[in-house]
Design a protein around this ligand. Sequence first.
Ligand code: GDP
Length: 402
Amino acid sequence: MRKKLMGYVGFANFPNQVHRKSVKTGFQFTCMVVGESGLGKSTLVNTLFNTQIYPNKQPAEPTHDCPQTVEIQSITTDIEENGVRLRMTVVDTPGFGDFVNNEESWKPILDNIESRFDAYLEQENRVNRRKMVDNRIHACLYFITPTGHALKPLDVEFMRRLHTRVNLIPVIAKADTLTEEEVVAFKQRILADIKHHNIQIYQAPAYEYDDEETIAENREVMSKIPFAIVGSDKEFEVEGGRRVRGRRYPWGVIQVDNEEHCDFVKLRQMLIRTHMEELKEFTNDVLYENYRTEKLSAMGIQQDPSVFKEVNPVQKMEEERLAHEQKLAKMETEMRSVFHAKVQEKEHKLKQSEEELYARHKEMKEALDKQRIELEEKRRRLEAGRPMTPEKSKKKGFSFNK
Ligand code: GDP
């Protein structure tokens, strides 16, 4: 039940407090770009932030010892707009889809995304969790080659492998190479393929408190996925003397920032203006949380779904340590009592053999005494019955031969 206040309390100022704190600490966002080389990834990133996040690329020298694996490169830039700071990290994946055999191209990318989750999990397990660094990938722009046909097996494989780990945002690269009708048909084919393969691409949630305008705006943005984009860092003069960013063709200029020409504006709106926090939240609450649960249950630690967020791995480890200590203590008492019983048994045996020895000794002593008495008796009897020696008879006054 919602209660009405009788007067002004002040918590209506919460949003301002959050705003001030956010402005002070700044924002941070990590975006990954994946797609074959030459599809315009770096150009798009530079166009999105209207700054040279990517240094000008030199065309690659033809070389025979080309790399055999997908690399992961990240560039971090601090950008500021009206006093609000954004630390933007772009993670590029050069080499993806560029080899003769691209079967496992997705693997180093998935490993990289998961290792970022691991690093975050490790920080959560630390005692001091005040300075958490969030290097998780919050969004992944997947560049689709503008073939006009359908998704390639490599596209399907990549999205199927990655969709539970990252917010996938598919984009049609270099959309200016397709006609308007081709773009519409291509989008339909891509969405049908995505549905067919049960791939989950990013969907912005709708909230009950959203006003009509926000709902309509969200619907409009989402209806443009996969965004057909055109990137350019060059400016041209168009009718009326205006300078616009775009790509010049013999028949005119395709304008990057013109919604009639491409979906660049909608992509930027979603990624930066309206859904950056949503993307971060979904990464943390759903993608990372699922990964964490899978990882912990693989380690044999069960999570009770009712205390989904509350189960703390540190607490879990502490409980395990206690259980282990209790087990050790129990084993120690058991061993102690076994030892005690053995000692008692030995003592008892020793006592018994001592008594036996004593009894035997006594018996022998008695037998010896008896033997001695008998011998003495015998001697006495012998002495009594034997004739006396001459000296003895002399002493007694007897004389022979007289
Ligand atoms: P990356 O290898 O994916 O990073 O591609 P780059 O951004 O280096 O772009 C490769 C080439 O494609 C460059 O010559 C760009 O000028 C060009 N390019 C980039 N974006 C577009 C685009 O939207 N349309 C067209 N026609 N060309 C583009």
